[in-house]
Design a protein around this ligand. Structure first.
Ligand SMILES: [Zn+2]
Ligand SMILES: [Zn+2]
Length: 556
């Protein structure tokens, strides 16, 4: 290709080959003089067994920081954590314009106010379905149905061709809350000409179509109608359509709604302010729960993922100050259990069942639907926009590959698969052309640490085999002053023969020291290294595991 030629490139910096942490960039210009646009800056939730003490995983944005001066802005497609959850942490490193719709902007602001010290981010609010320019990019929002209000696909128009970035979406003709997916605009875009479709792969392994939010409302209404006692429904706080579905079901059954859980109260206020609860009677304050007759109340609770501090777990553990459930009451899980949370959710469910409470989940009833497109919907979108290129994003390897296969079956001429950090040229001559830095960073307490850093790896080792620390003091002549001090942490007390591990370590220290040639005993580093090896070997021999081992040698 001729140097200095205008080209359009795309790279995912997160969200490809993994769940969560969505971040994509588009670049326009000749190589070396590209202007960039970022789409979404999401987080992943860390699994405790792999990353002890780490809650969140964020995308490493060092490449964007490098390119900051030519970064025209960040567009947020919707307010799910996997799309906007890293913005408060990472925006201060970029300080570029942020574009979002009113609901997303309001949730971001509410989140900022709940996190002391979080930065105020100036957000340019774009109306639903609106169009704006960011640098050389002409961006138009397309309303998509999803499990949160104001989910948008982006039509990104450039002199090198036009892209559809789907964000998260499904086709739901009766989504309860928003307008349905904007088929008319998408078909028109198909007529105009779609160079590339960058699409959600989450449910690309599931046949057929996802059911509608209205089906969930119908089931919820039937279940609440048939319930004898109190009903509690738990779902994601941000799923405003579901909150509305529950409220409508409650009203149809002549029950009042009490919201339990701070995150849900917060979202509820924003949703009401923005008109998403128009026509729904106001929610009752929490203290109303106590005096409303059991068959006149529905509690809407946080805690669908088994979070120990959220409303439902506290209610199940009888630790909630105002809300209680008892034999004959019903709890409905109107949410999917995110992989990794099964144990926690199972624990709460078993606790409820042991108290004689009936628990209903999506295993037996249509009380939850996914917000992502199944295969028939993916095929339908391809039919509407007829892209020349399709790149699957938002999913693990299996989802991406199935999405790619399906796109080929649908006749998409060029289907490209890529990994995080792959720089794909979309036009001219679409293919992988380069690699840009990408990766993950951990939020550890208040700090951001590199995924490569020792701290988390050390903590994993500590949790697996504990630590041994030894301190000893040497005189200038290389004589040990007093007995060495030995501390074991997370190491068993006795071995199989009943011998004390503490004593074994102590003996290993003395024996090693005595066996060192006199001249070497004066060198603190030599002594420390010899003792460290001996201690590790002594513990490994008796336990079969190698703890972390520290030896401090003090010269006195
Ligand atoms: Zn989403
Ligand atoms: Zn998502």
């Amino acid at each position: 290709m001729a140097r200095g030629q205008q080209e359009l490139v795309f790279a995912p910096l997160g969200g490809v080959g993994e769940i969560g942490m969505n971040l994509s960039i588009y670049g326009l210009g000749p190589e070396g003089r590209r202007q960039w646009l970022a789409v979404d800056v999401g987080v992943s939730f860390a699994a405790e067994e792999h990353l002890p003490g780490v809650d969140l995983i964020l995308p490493d944005i060092k490449y964007l920081v490098e390119q900051r001066k030519s970064l025209a802005g960040i567009v947020i497609t919707h307010a799910h954590e996997d799309h906007f959850g890293a913005l408060l942490e990472l925006w201060p490193k970029l300080k570029v314009p942020v574009y979002a719709t009113p609901f997303t902007a309001a949730l971001l602001d509410a989140k900022r106010r709940s996190e002391p010290g979080a930065p105020e981010i100036p957000v340019t609010i774009i109306p639903v379905g609106g169009r704006f320019t960011a640098g050389p990019f002409d961006v138009e929002l397309v309303t998509m149905a999803h499990s949160i209000p104001e989910a948008n696909a982006l039509i990104i128009r450039t002199p090198c061709g036009n892209v559809l970035h789907t964000g998260d979406w499904k086709i739901d003709p009766t989504p309860i809350l928003n307008d349905p997916t904007d088929e008319r605009k998408l078909r028109a875009f198909g007529e105009e000409g779609c160079l590339a479709l960058i699409g959600d792969s989450t449910n690309a392994i599931r046949e057929g179509r996802s059911p509608s939010e209205a089906d969930v409302r119908k089931t919820l209404t039937e279940l609440i109608q048939n319930a004898r006692g109190r009903v509690a429904v738990t779902t994601f706080a941000s799923n405003v359509a579901r909150l509305r579905a529950v409220a409508e079901a409650a009203r149809a059954c002549d029950r009042e709604v009490v919201v339990v859980g701070r995150a849900m109260e917060r979202v509820g206020l924003i949703a009401r302010e923005l008109g998403y609860f128009d026509g729904i009677p106001p929610f009752r304050p929490m203290d109303a729960y106590g005096y409303l007759p059991p068959n006149k109340v529905v509690a809407l609770c946080t805690g669908s993922q088994g979070e120990p501090r959220a409303a439902l777990a506290r209610i199940a553990g009888d630790q909630h100050p105002e809300v209680t459930l008892s034999r004959g009451d019903t709890v409905i899980y109107s949410a999917r259990t995110i992989p990794g949370n099964e144990k926690a959710v199972g624990g709460v469910i078993n606790g409820l069942i042991n108290q004689g409470i009936e628990v209903i989940t999506d295993r037996t009833h249509m009380v939850h639907v996914s917000g992502h497109p199944r295969r028939a919907e993916v095929a339908e979108l391809i039919g509407w926009v007829k892209p020349q290129i399709l790149i699957p994003v938002h999913g693990e390897a299996l989802h991406l590959t199935e999405h790619a296969k399906l796109a080929r079956q649908c006749g998409v001429p060029t289907v490209l698969q890529c990994r995080n950090g792959d720089l794909m040229r979309l036009s001219p001559d679409p293919r992988l052309i380069d690699e840009v830095p990408s990766g993950r960073i951990y939020k550890d307490g208040w700090l951001l640490v590199d995924a490569q850093s020792r701290t988390v790896a050390d903590r994993k080792r500590l949790s697996f085999a504990g630590s041994v620390s030894v301190a000893l003091a040497l005189t200038e002549k290389g004589e040990m002053v007093d007995d060495p001090s030995v501390d074991l942490l997370g190491v068993p007390e006795r071995d199989r023969e009943g011998g004390l591990l503490h004593a074994a370590v102590f003996d290993a220290v003395i024996a090693t020291f005595d066996n060192l040639p006199r001249a070497k005993r004066r060198d603190a580093d030599t002594v420390a290294e010899a003792v460290r090896r001996a201690v590790r070997a002594a513990v490994a021999e008796r336990w079969g595991k190698k703890p972390m081992c520290y030896v401090h040698v003090l010269a006195v």
